[in-house]
Design a protein. Structure first.
Length: 243
């Protein structure tokens, strides 16, 4: 069996993620002893032995819908509706532009074209303003996108709100950046399981495990619960063209 929590796993969150998984496994009564770590992958998400992982809304609606089950959706300590999140729009602290329209023609750093928060969200916002970002830099990760802006290799990036919290908490170079806007909230990154698993049992185990986390671990993960959001809500999010 495969269990992974790849989306916000970095050295500062690893121990809290391990304790979260231990709680899930204990409540469930079975599962691998340890989380699988490394970059998220479509092969892992599609694997018939997948017990639990977390994906992004865009891969779910383009590639995974019908191939996996939704377990639930995290509730973050954000000011968005439960189960939703947004991206922050960041630029360098000394860049005077303060609206997305002002960045028309600027270089957008993005993590990957299959990212809701890093690619789809800013392009959708730009389309609503009558333009698209065509000068783009693919970085492979949100943290790398933010760093590209800080290092003046790009002018702006859209960073999902939880990743931004982790960056500002742990990366000193984030002081070179500032937030000038945010995208509209969309359903956040869902937990998934293979078709043969019991998604309801996993939801209950996750509820128990999150409730059992210490306040410090919940703060570390910015996690306060789990809810259910329908597949149709994920599928309804617009998808801009790929670069």
């Amino acid at each position: 069996m495969i269990a992974s929590l790849p989306m916000y796993d970095r050295p500062e969150t690893a121990a809290a993620h391990d304790r979260l998984w231990s709680g899930i496994r204990r409540a469930l009564g079975f599962g691998p002893a340890r989380l699988r770590r490394g970059a998220e992958s479509m092969d892992e998400w599609r694997a018939p032995e997948l017990l639990l992982s977390q994906t992004c809304g865009m891969p779910y609606r383009h590639h995974l819908h019908g191939a996996v089950q939704l377990v639930g959706t995290p509730i973050w300590t954000l000011d968005d509706p439960p189960g939703y999140y947004h991206s922050v729009l960041v630029t360098r602290a000394d860049d005077p532009r303060d609206t997305l329209t002002a960045f028309k023609g600027a270089r957008l750093a993005y993590n990957m074209a299959t990212s809701q928060s890093g690619w789809a969200a800013p392009q959708t916002e730009a389309q609503g303003l009558g333009f698209a970002f065509t000068d783009v830099l693919e970085t492979g990760g949100h943290r790398a996108s933010a760093r590209a802006v800080a290092d003046a290799r790009a002018d702006l990036a859209a960073i999902d709100a939880i990743t931004w919290q982790l960056i500002t908490r742990s990366d000193p170079w984030a002081a070179k950046l500032r937030v000038f806007g945010r995208t509209r909230p969309t359903p956040t990154l869902p937990y998934i399981t293979a078709k043969k698993q019991d998604a309801d049992a996993l939801f209950e185990a996750m509820t128990t495990a999150i409730d059992g986390l210490s306040a410090a671990d919940r703060d570390t993960l910015y996690l306060r619960g789990i809810t259910r959001i329908a597949a149709a809500d994920y599928l309804a999010i617009p998808s801009p063209p790929f670069p």
